[in-house]
Design a protein around this ligand. Structure first.
Ligand code: ZN
Length: 162
């Protein structure tokens, strides 16, 4: 269980809190690349995690700012889960992971780095990646690598969506 929840704890430890809510994004896509937004629906969007646990760690958030699942309507809930499935399919196509973790941290006590705007994590996993990450745990992921990952996944979303 410790290892299963490590990705969420990671976010809590390293997130260096920009001012404002990072999940309240402009309605128009001009800043999508600098914000690492990969895909949008009418109700939610997909963002590359700047502090990935593994390469391809994605975040899915409703467009509406809320911390409370009870504030989300049925259409928003369905859209979040359908978008998570799309992310799973894109990651499967591009990175051929051997498994996934997906989940939501609700509240600081649960490891949420941003606890005021609910968001879902999906993390591709490979056998042995926890060992690899623990060895490299002091190494920050370079922005160049994130940009390259963003460009690759941006194309992959378009390919999978046809
Ligand atoms: Zn927000």
């Amino acid at each position: 269980m410790e290892r299963l929840w490590a990705p969420w704890r990671m976010e809590y430890i390293v997130n260096d809190k920009p001012s404002g809510c990072i999940f309240c994004v402009p309605a128009t896509p001009e800043e999508d690349r600098e914000r690492f937004i990969l895909h949008r629906t009418d109700l939610s969007f997909v963002m590359l995690n700047r502090y990935p646990y593994t390469n391809g760690h994605l975040l899915i958030a409703p467009c509406r700012h809320t911390a409370d699942m009870n504030e989300l309507g049925d259409a928003e809930m369905l859209d979040l889960f359908a978008t998570m499935r799309l992310c799973r399919n894109v990651l499967q196509e591009t990175a051929a992971p051997e498994g996934f973790n997906a989940g939501i941290n609700m509240g600081r006590a649960a490891g949420a780095g941003v606890d005021e705007h609910i968001h879902l994590h999906i993390v591709p996993r490979w056998n042995g990646d926890t060992n690899f990450m623990s060895v490299l745990s002091d190494v920050r992921v370079m922005p160049e690598n994130l940009a390259a990952t963003y460009d690759r996944l941006y194309l992959a979303f378009r390919t999978v969506l046809g």
